[in-house]
Write a protein that binds this ligand. Structure first.
Ligand SMILES: Cc1cc2nc3c(=O)[nH]c(=O)nc-3n(C[C@H](O)[C@H](O)[C@H](O)COP(=O)(O)OP(=O)(O)OC[C@H]3O[C@@H](n4cnc5c(N)ncnc54)[C@H](O)[C@@H]3O)c2cc1C
Length: 260
């Protein structure tokens, strides 16, 4: 495991992937950036400090200065690792009143930021076996790389993505996952909408309610399945509970990444 490095990266492009989510493409300055699918980076949020409002007297500076550690926020890497590459993508949900996410939504192309990474142990060995990926919102980010890695390695075991979003418009990378599913019969995208519009006849409600059914379906196909679950803690804990108590999942089969 490579220890995290602190480095400068430049925003080279940005776009909205849903009405509330901005995708930012960064390039590390002057060196490749090596990471594994599932890892995350922390980004220094401009001049913000993590103890806002703290002011100290600085006699030598002849006045008062703001002090404190730089404010950092963590984001999963949403892109697929490329050997020798320097680029990586992040997807950021705009949180109302959120300092970091608002700053990242306003960040201009060409701006340099300080990044520390890669970090985290939410990793999926490429040959681990049948997998159920459960995400809400930007929690789908680490699964993009994991699924591309598995397919690039020629893996044919089931790779099912249960993705919970409010509306269809919030399902980032939907076309990409659907294209993978059309090309590879082992890939499935199962959307669940918490605010379905008229005409939607797919799954509805929270992913917690569908995880057990899919887990049991996966188990019936044979092999030892694994669940990778990413998003807010409440969802994570509920999925873990239902898969453990009703789905017979062992601790080693459950892999969680919490965003809060
Ligand atoms: C390992 C890891 C990976 C992460 N990856 C991603 C990612 O890929 N994309 C992403 O968008 N976020 C991700 N997050 C969350 C991210 O680090 C920030 O917490 C998030 O962007 C909010 O930061 P903020 O400064 O805007 O909000 P803050 O100023 O910290 O919080 C403002 C208010 O919003 C509430 N709040 C915080 N987060 C959320 C939320 N997600 N939804 C609703 N309310 C919230 C807080 O409780 C607070 O009341 C990740 C977190 C971790 C730990």
């Amino acid at each position: 495991m490579t220890p995290p490095e602190t480095f400068q990266a430049t925003v080279i492009s940005a776009r909205s992937v849903t009405p509330r989510v901005r995708e930012l493409v960064f390039e590390r300055d002057g060196a490749p950036f090596h990471f594994q699918s599932g890892q995350w980076v922390s980004v220094v949020i401009g001049d913000n400090v993590d103890a806002p409002g703290r002011m100290v007297s600085e006699a030598s500076a002849g006045g008062q200065v703001r002090t404190g550690r730089p404010l950092r926020r963590s984001y999963s890497i949403a892109s697929v690792p490329v050997v020798g590459g320097a680029r990586f993508e992040l997807v950021v949900t705009k949180v109302d009143g959120g300092v970091g996410s608002t700053w990242l939504h306003e960040l201009q192309v060409g701006t340099k930021v300080e990044v520390k990474g890669p970090q985290g142990m939410f990793l999926r060995p490429v040959d681990v076996g049948p997998s159920l990926f459960v995400a809400t919102g930007t929690g789908v980010a680490p699964f993009r790389g994991m699924i591309h890695d598995a397919l690039a390695a020629g893996r044919t075991e089931p790779l099912w993505v249960l993705f919970g979003v409010r509306t269809l418009n919030d399902a980032m990378y939907r076309e990409e996952f659907e294209a993978l599913a059309a090309k590879h019969s082992n890939v499935r995208l199962l959307l669940s909408l918490s605010r379905p519009t008229d005409g939607w006849n797919g799954r509805t409600g929270y992913v917690q309610t569908h995880a057990l059914e899919l887990w049991n379906e996966l188990k019936a196909l044979g092999g030892v399945p694994h669940a990778y679950v990413c998003g807010v803690k409440k969802m994570l804990l509920e999925v873990r509970e239902v898969l453990k108590t009703q789905g017979g999942a062992d601790r080693k089969q459950l892999h969680l990444e919490s965003y809060d």
